[in-house]
Ligand binder design. Structure first.
Ligand code: UD1
Ligand code: CA
Length: 466
């Protein structure tokens, strides 16, 4: 097996994005465009991955370095300054490319190429030939045309350099090729910029291959999404929608019932059990798993969470586990309008109602907080009922402290539990209490001003005007 070295061209300006952000850092399905390409290189089990940067080089390099993961190909960055064309871009990578590999050339702004397509291209190259990924376009304007003699490709002619007859060719070069490294290096050394754009064209290596008797073959695909580049906000949005529709279809083929595949967004990985239902306008980010029979209401945002079988997430709920994760137990009911933050661990049959926020807190089976409440840094026992408007005062301005509410405690409405504090099992806390000391098991604890009534109270009256 010949080793694969991927080269990703990502130095271009992206003028039509009209953005301060480098084009390849704009996001598709939650990840920078160029990250998709790097991830594809990883899927190819490439030996190395060289990213050619230019415009916004520092930002692009920092973003990719921050996302580098174990097991991925070694990432290297090469600067192209100034940008004198695609051939000039790949020339910059020559010093870091080993001679013995197959080089796969990709673009940082073409995010949706599938690894199996590239595997087929690599097989066609076979360490011997120049293999080009091509596609037929009804409107090939702007693209390099594939000039053929039967199976063999004779040349790629850029649109601006093409004759009328050549412009009639509908087969175009996708911008993706697989080529033996040793050959590539020799051909790159022969490039010039005598063409309509005064650029060093990578595509000119085709004519050198032909001259050297190296077969140039095309692997033609029909799926335009895999070679689609992003040049403008409109193209980015169109590609996002097409990609989301594909993800939605894949889930629906597994049996997931999406109310509307056109109103579904997955920006990460979603694993679903059987009979999962997802209503409209939900966004899933990071890693999310939904157990059997889970139902997600409309307009939920769910990130980095694991939701067990039979749980129901009502509309407008926001769940974000960030690094710590969130878990929702079997048969739990959450929302509408609930917020689960990192470290929220809900046991089975837990109920979290509207305008309830849970952070870094464990709720055991059957605990309920149904209205307008905050549970932060808390351990809540089984069957606890946590009243409307109650909060844990977990932060003293410097440190966070824990609140422990043992099993079967009933916390009345509008209580403040000043942590660190423990409420003993089976106890009751009267409404409106500010609890600063531990409460005994089984007791009623009340900590509020005593009610006072003054009979026949005369309200103030308005003075008559002079
Ligand atoms: C290139 C091909 C063309 C093909 C088309 C497919 C050449 C000469 N032409 O067109 O045959 O049909 O792609 O989209 O290769 N880049 C650099 N440095 C540069 C120039 C470009 O890094 O100096 C990067 C761009 O950022 C982009 C990629 O290379 O990611 C392709 O450049 P682009 O200008 O979009 O391609 P074209 O030259 O128009
Ligand atoms: Ca160009």
């Amino acid at each position: 097996m010949t080793a694969i070295d991927v080269v990703i061209m990502a130095a271009g300006m992206g003028t039509r994005m009209k953005s301060r952000r480098p084009k390849v850092l704009h996001r598709l399905a939650g990840r920078p465009l160029v990250q998709h390409v790097v991830d594809t290189a990883a899927a190819l089990a490439a030996r190395s991955c060289v990213v050619i940067t230019g415009h916004g080089a520092e930002q692009v390099e920092a973003a990719l370095a921050a996302n580098a993961s174990a097991g991925a190909p070694a990432l290297q960055f090469v600067r192209q300054q100034p940008q004198l064309g695609t051939g000039h871009a790949v020339q910059q990578a020559v010093p870091v490319l080993p001679d013995d590999g197959i080089v796969v050339v990709l673009s940082g702004d073409v995010p949706l190429t599938q690894a199996d397509t590239l595997q087929a291209l690599i097989a066609l190259c076979a360490g011997q030939r120049l293999a080009l990924l091509t596609i037929d376009f009804a409107d090939p304007t702007g693209y390099g045309r594939i000039v053929r003699a039967g199976d063999r490709v004779q040349a790629i002619v850029e649109h601006k350099d093409a004759s009328e007859a050549q412009r009639a060719i509908r087969e175009v070069y996708s911008g993706i090729m697989a080529v033996p490294a040793r050959r590539l290096k020799a051909w790159l050394a022969r490039l010039d910029n005598r063409n309509a754009q005064g650029e060093y064209y990578l595509t000119d290596i085709v004519k050198f291959a032909v001259a050297d008797g190296v077969p140039v073959l095309a692997h033609q695909i029909a799926d335009a999404l895999q070679v689609a580049g992003v040049n403008s906000p409109l193209q980015l949005a169109e590609l996002e929608r097409a990609h989301q529709l594909r993800q939605a279809r894949r889930l629906m083929e597994q049996g997931v019932r999406l109310a509307d595949p056109a109103r579904f967004d997955l920006r990460g990985e979603l694993a679903c059990g059987q009979d999962v239902e997802i209503d409209v306008n939900c966004v899933f980010e990071g890693r999310v798993s939904l157990g059997e029979g889970v139902s997600i209401g409309a307009n939920c945002v769910i990130a980095n969470a694991s939701i067990a079988a039979g749980a129901v997430i009502h509309p407008f709920t926001h769940i974000d586990g960030e690094q710590l994760g969130v878990s929702v137990g079997e048969g739990a009911l959450v929302g509408p309008f609930a917020r689960l933050r990192p470290g929220a661990r809900l046991g089975a049959e837990v109920h979290i109602g509207n305008f309830v926020e849970v952070k870094n807190a464990t709720l055991a089976r059957g605990a309920k907080a149904n209205h307008l409440a905050y549970l932060g840094d808390a351990t809540v026992g089984e069957r606890v009922n946590y009243g409307a408007g109650s909060i844990t005062a977990n932060y003293d301005g410097a440190n966070k402290h824990r609140t422990v509410i043992e099993a079967d405690v009933h916390v009345g409405s509008n209580c403040v539990l000043v942590a660190p504090v423990t409420l003993g099992a089976g106890g009751t806390v009267g409404a409106g209490s500010t609890i600063t000391k531990d409460t005994p098991a089984g007791a009623l604890s009340v900590a509020r001003g005593k009610q006072l009534s003054i009979a026949n109270w005369q309200r103030p009256t308005k003075k008559a005007k002079a």
